[in-house]
Design a protein around this ligand. Structure first.
Ligand SMILES: [Zn+2]
Length: 211
């Protein structure tokens, strides 16, 4: 440690300063620097990027902010893949998810993924009459991918806090969780099986779909 500069050391063999930061209890090196100030700056930048066990005040406070249907509750103790602390958010539907601040600010997340579209105009209501079969909207079953969906597959999402893929399916106004998966392919398969089970009987029903 150099003077008061945390996590900056002098490498006498190279004649340079070296900065590092602890991420998930592992030392991550940030490179060699000729100028000590550059090393200190690199350490400061890394602290912002990875979050610090010591200084949370440096992170932009997102508490109480709204991102679509999500309200930020607080900075949680859960951490994402690179050690950055995740924000606890509550969706309008009640589900709690943990998200990177950067992802929130970038607009990747607007809801927990429940993706409920509530159209209130008359046209939509009329459409709904012909569209609804046994309490389930056919168009909803055929709906395009949610904006925040980064998996490329409807109903399949990456869970940052668990570091696993999750699959779910919405049916008759309920979100049915299909479990957590290490492999994305398994989550996609689970979702596909659920579509066959829940959706196919409705999509193949006699009531004609008028899109
Ligand atoms: Zn939700």
């Amino acid at each position: 440690m150099i003077d008061d500069h945390k996590d900056v050391s002098y490498d006498s063999r190279k004649g340079k300063y070296r900065a590092y930061i602890f991420v998930n209890k592992k030392r991550k090196y940030l490179g060699y620097f000729t100028d000590v100030e550059d090393a200190v700056q690199a350490r400061k930048d890394a602290e912002l990027e990875y979050g610090s066990h010591r200084t949370t005040s440096r992170m932009k406070d997102l508490s109480d902010m709204d991102f679509g249907d999500l309200k930020v509750i607080r900075l949680s103790d859960k951490r994402g893949a690179n050690g950055t602390r995740l924000w606890e958010c509550r969706c309008k539907c009640g589900e709690v998810i943990y998200v990177l601040g950067a992802s929130l600010r970038a607009g990747y997340y607007k809801s927990c993924g429940c993706n409920r579209e509530e159209k209130r105009d008359i046209g939509a209501r009329e459409h709904e009459k012909t569209d609804r079969v046994d309490g389930t909207r056919k168009t909803a079953l055929k709906a395009k991918l949610h904006k925040g969906n980064k998996s490329g597959h409807k109903g399949v999402r990456w869970n940052e806090s668990r570091q696993k893929w999750t699959a779910h399916i919405g049916f008759k106004g309920k979100q049915i969780s299909l479990g957590y998966f290490s492999e994305k392919e398994d989550a996609i398969k689970a979702r596909k099986r659920a579509e066959e089970k829940y959706f196919d009987p409705i999509l193949n029903s006699d009531t004609e779909y008028k899109g």
